[in-house]
Ligand binder design. Structure first.
Ligand SMILES: Cc1cc2nc3c(=O)[nH]c(=O)nc-3n(C[C@H](O)[C@H](O)[C@H](O)COP(=O)(O)OP(=O)(O)OC[C@H]3O[C@@H](n4cnc5c(N)ncnc54)[C@H](O)[C@@H]3O)c2cc1C
Length: 513
């Protein structure tokens, strides 16, 4: 081990790494290490593997499922593993960027924007590290148009628990007909067989990715620090949009807001094929129910008094077509029974930025309220197929009102992906909240949806993943983990319950020790 690598057993240094934005409590670790390059990561993991010391990989701590909260062992902080390495501008104004894992999404966007390029995924929390964004397959408002992080990852360098290094390009190491993938490390070749479960059709980030013909790197995207440490990432980029038009549209009736979003979604999907026509083509549609608006009212006092629901929309515009785009949205608002005169439409880049801040403020304010009550967030991250979405909305409304709990609903309505945030005031309410959560999970699974569309499973949602993929699915995931992490040290407690992971014991003695 390099002597000069920063590491600490001081509890004051370790403490910040014992939590994330989920408020999951009880985390502990005896050391935090700060490797500065791939070799140091390999040495830390190799040592830990030999001593079977659990290693929890830490990004920037904004995760919502306790995935970076350690329960024993050491924390490997990625914060010194570096950020931006190279931006490449290709023909047609497209490009790519190579970075270390420790760049925040905000810094990444600013850097590529300076070169006229754009990274489309848009997780709301811009302080998240890119490495973690890949490790959780994060997505956000713009995934309606541009998909999740996975779609943009072209290459990954990964250090495995044995210290072996993989350099994986999209299109290489493709799964064969039997679902086998051969991963060529710098020292060894690893063979894994993909799980046989069927992944939900929509947005999904729960458990290991498994689809026919997928590339080897897809296995690591969304693996929540359980299969390896991501040390370098290459992303595809598109040209920076010329201009944007956005608005926050208010409604007196919540069902009018649902219908408005549904129409905007249908129009956008239809018009996407011919983007230069000045038609409606939203890249984001975000919903706020009356309770989310009430929470926002504490900061945004000018929200219309009559508003019972709202939809934020955002569209890219080509120069010369601004008037057409604005007219189209105005007509849609009129026909959708919006409070048009009281709604907000961006006139400048600054206003556009303010609307995005308005959207981001909801989870931030919710988290603040929860911290005041020392409660963990109970947040749904479900999606369901189109035909079930309005049924789900009605189920949410009815069951939440009956529960008597404080709650709000907001988020990615175009992806059938709304977050219900329950705000329990005490432990008893939290218990009621989790019971309700369980009832809704059962429906989601029956309807072919997912238990996690973007936040991942971490430690908080494991039991629901078991419901979704069953013992067989979980054992298949455990078999992959055992192949790539024979000492079972990485991301312990994430995704796969300990009893399933440890059931068959450690894979084999680790030769290099
Ligand atoms: C207000 C708020 C809004 C949010 N909005 C969104 C949203 O819109 N969309 C969304 O998807 N998420 C959202 N999140 C959740 C969170 O921002 C994401 O999950 C994010 O990807 C976590 O990044 P992080 O750097 O904070 O990672 P951490 O919380 O530190 O870690 C997350 C996971 O990534 C693993 N990890 C970190 N770095 C690496 C690495 N280099 N190699 C391997 N594994 C690694 C960790 O082990 C852990 O399992 C939100 C969170 C908050 C607080």
């Amino acid at each position: 081990m390099a002597n000069n690598m920063l590491r600490s057993t001081d509890l004051n240094v370790i403490r910040p790494y014992l939590k994330d934005a989920s408020n999951l409590s009880g985390g502990y670790a005896h050391e935090v290490v700060f490797p500065e390059d791939e070799n140091e990561v390999a040495r830390v993991l190799n040592d830990a593997c030999c001593t079977r010391t659990p290693v929890t990989v830490a990004g920037n701590g904004t995760g919502l499922v306790g995935a970076r909260v350690p329960f024993g062992g050491i924390v490997l902080s990625t914060e010194r593993l570096g950020g931006l390495r190279q931006i490449h501008r290709a023909s047609g104004d497209f490009g790519s960027v190579v970075t270390g894992p420790a760049i925040t999404l905000k810094a990444l966007q600013a850097a590529v924007s300076g070169k006229g390029l754009f990274y489309p995924p848009d997780p709301t929390e811009q302080n998240a590290f890119l490495g973690a964004s890949v490790a959780t397959n994060a997505s956000g408002a713009r995934s309606f148009k541009y998909g999740s992080t996975r779609m943009w990852v072209r290459r990954l360098r990964v250090v495995l628990a044995t210290g072996d290094v993989l350099d994986l390009r999209r299109g290489e190491g493709v799964a064969d007909k039997e679902g086998r993938i051969f991963l060529k490390g710098l020292q060894n070749v690893f063979e894994v067989t993909l799980p046989h479960y069927r992944m939900p059709a929509g947005k999904h980030s729960a458990g290991y990715y498994s689809i026919p013909g997928m590339s080897a790197l897809d296995l690591f995207i969304g693996s929540e620090g359980t299969l390896g440490v991501l040390t370098e990432i290459e992303l595809g980029l598109i040209p920076k949009p010329q201009a944007l038009f956005s608005g926050i549209v208010f409604f007196e009736q919540e069902e009018d807001a649902w219908q408005f979003a549904d129409q905007a979604k249908k129009d956008s999907v239809k018009n996407r094929a011919s983007p230069s026509t000045g038609q409606i083509d939203a890249r984001a549609l975000e919903y706020f129910d009356v309770h989310a608006l009430d929470i926002l009212r504490s900061v945004y006092t000018h929200i219309p008094v009559k508003a019972q629901a709202s939809v934020f929309f955002e569209q890219e515009m080509t120069a010369g077509l601004e008037k057409e785009v604005v007219d189209q949205w105005y007509q849609l608002c009129q026909s959708g029974r919006a409070l048009v005169d009281q709604s907000w439409f961006s006139q400048s880049a600054l206003e556009h930025k303010e609307y995005r801040a308005f959207r981001h403020a909801v989870p931030v304010l919710v988290n603040r309220i929860l911290r005041e009550h020392y409660q963990m967030k109970i947040s749904t991250d479900f999606t369901v197929p189109d035909e079930r979405f309005f049924v789900l909305l009605k189920l949410y409304r009815q069951s939440l009102n009956e529960s008597g709990l404080r709650y709000c609903i907001f988020g990615h309505i175009a992806d059938n992906h709304l977050h219900v945030n329950l705000l329990p005031q005490n432990d008893q309410e939290a218990e009621t909240g989790w019971r309700l959560y369980r009832t809704i999970v059962n429906k989601i699974i029956t309807w072919g949806g997912t238990i996690s569309a973007e936040h991942g499973v971490g430690k908080i949602k494991r039991e629901y993943l078991l419901d979704m993929f069953g013992q067989t699915g979980l054992r298949e995931m455990a078999a992959i983990k055992r192949k790539l992490d024979p000492c079972l040290i990485l991301g312990r407690g994430n995704i796969i319950p300990e009893e399933i992971l440890l059931n068959e014991g450690y894979a084999r003695p680790f030769k290099a020790c």
